[in-house]
Write a protein that binds this ligand. Structure first.
Ligand code: EPU
Length: 333
């Protein structure tokens, strides 16, 4: 389906009203191949998912591509594990709900994360002690020349909210399917204190209980994009040296942190932003969410530029107070 002068209002969860010169959706790898053969995908182009990690700062004078590839198929199983192949265009939380219904363990901590299956593998989404890279077996792709390639998880160069698919030279590679390796054996990741506290007291922990607990934490802390435009965490949590962490923790008793190694410590950017007094503050139509300072929100009618102006002011405050640079996690277009 090819549309021109297309409003992206419903294709970015920030709810920024911008237009794309052309907007193309396809429902299978074969359809994508045909679009390529027909010369429909011309420069400049950009592939999006649900638009839940994007901030448009202007109209897009090119072609936006969006996958509607569906289908969840079991490709292999053994006694302990099951390999499940899912289309890139499936809503991520529908996929999680399906896995939970089937009794497959692994993705439940990633319940209610906005976005789609394809983007999950690009962004290496993560929450409550789990990253999707831990559950991916392989990623199937097609490039702008119509060539297909399957990347084994080890070749995806996964790190915190990052992968090979985010490299500039991979812009012409589109994810068509993701194959997950899930567990048939009961196991839960309850390293994260907030999740442990939420499920405490439930006898006989089950997948639906863990999923419900994650959903309930997220609903308390994170705004629903249908009610208040946002793209989840706007910034990444920065990593500092152990020495810098020691200095900070002596100055700010009780400062939260995640120790990554003997030399590196991750400091929650949301905490620093709150310390700078930004929680609940607004500049024009752009605001800092009142329950989680890492989330920037569109209070109604904000432009991409309004949100960038707020982001810049926050980054400067964090730099002035903590001498730490924080960088956006959201892709700014
Ligand atoms: N904190 C504050 N004030 C705030 C926000 C957080 O003091 O306004 C403190 C919290 O009390 C806690 C710590 O900072 O001690 C961490 O906060 P939280 O557990 O809410 O997690 P986060 O580090 O802010 C990350 C991910 C989220 C993910 C949660 C849970 C990033 C950029 N964000 O947030 O992912 O859901 O952990 O695992 O890593 C996303 O990527 O869009 C996202 C929502």
């Amino acid at each position: 389906m090819i549309q021109t002068d297309f409003s992206l209002l419903h294709h970015n969860t920030f709810g920024v009203d911008v237009k794309a010169k052309r907007f193309i959706e396809y429902s299978s790898a074969e359809e994508l191949y045909k679009l390529i053969l027909d010369g429909e995908i011309t420069d400049p182009y950009m592939h999006i998912g649900e638009g839940s990690n994007l901030l448009f700062t202007h109209d897009y004078a090119g072609t936006i591509l969006h996958s509607r590839i569906g289908g969840i198929v079991v490709v292999k199983e053994d006694i302990d594990s099951i390999w499940v192949r899912a289309g890139a265009g499936i809503n991520w939380d529908h996929f999680v709900a399906y896995c939970v219904e089937q009794g497959w363990y692994g993705v439940e901590n990633l319940s209610l994360i906005p976005g789609e299956v394809g983007a999950s593998a690009v962004q290496n989404i993560g929450a409550y002690g789990v990253e999707v890279k831990d559950l991916i077996d392989s990623v199937e792709t097609m490039n702008i020349y119509g060539e297909t390639k399957t990347f084994a998880v080890a070749d995806c160069k996964y790190s915190y909210r990052n992968s090979i698919f985010k490299q500039a030279d991979m812009k012409n590679v589109f994810v068509t399917h993701v194959c997950f390796k899930l567990s048939k054996v009961r196991k839960f990741v309850l390293d994260y204190a907030a999740l442990r506290d939420e499920v405490e007291g439930s006898d006989g922990l089950t997948l639906p209980i863990v999923r419900a607990a994650v959903i309930s934490i997220r609903k308390r802390k994170l705004p629903d994009p249908k009610e208040l435009g946002n793209a989840g965490s706007f910034f990444m949590n920065p990593v500092v040296s152990y020495e810098r962490f020691k200095e900070l923790s002596e100055e700010y008793l009780g400062m939260p942190y995640y120790q990554l190694s003997d030399t590196a410590v991750k400091i929650p950017a949301g905490w620093m932003i709150e310390q700078c007094g930004w929680k609940g503050k607004t500049i024009g139509a752009a605001g800092v969410y009142e329950n989680q300072a890492l989330v920037l929100v569109n209070k109604g009618g904000a432009t991409g530029q309004d949100i960038i102006a707020l982001s810049d002011a926050i980054r400067q405050s964090v730099k002035d107070k903590f001498n730490i640079d924080i960088t956006p996690e959201v892709n700014i277009i």
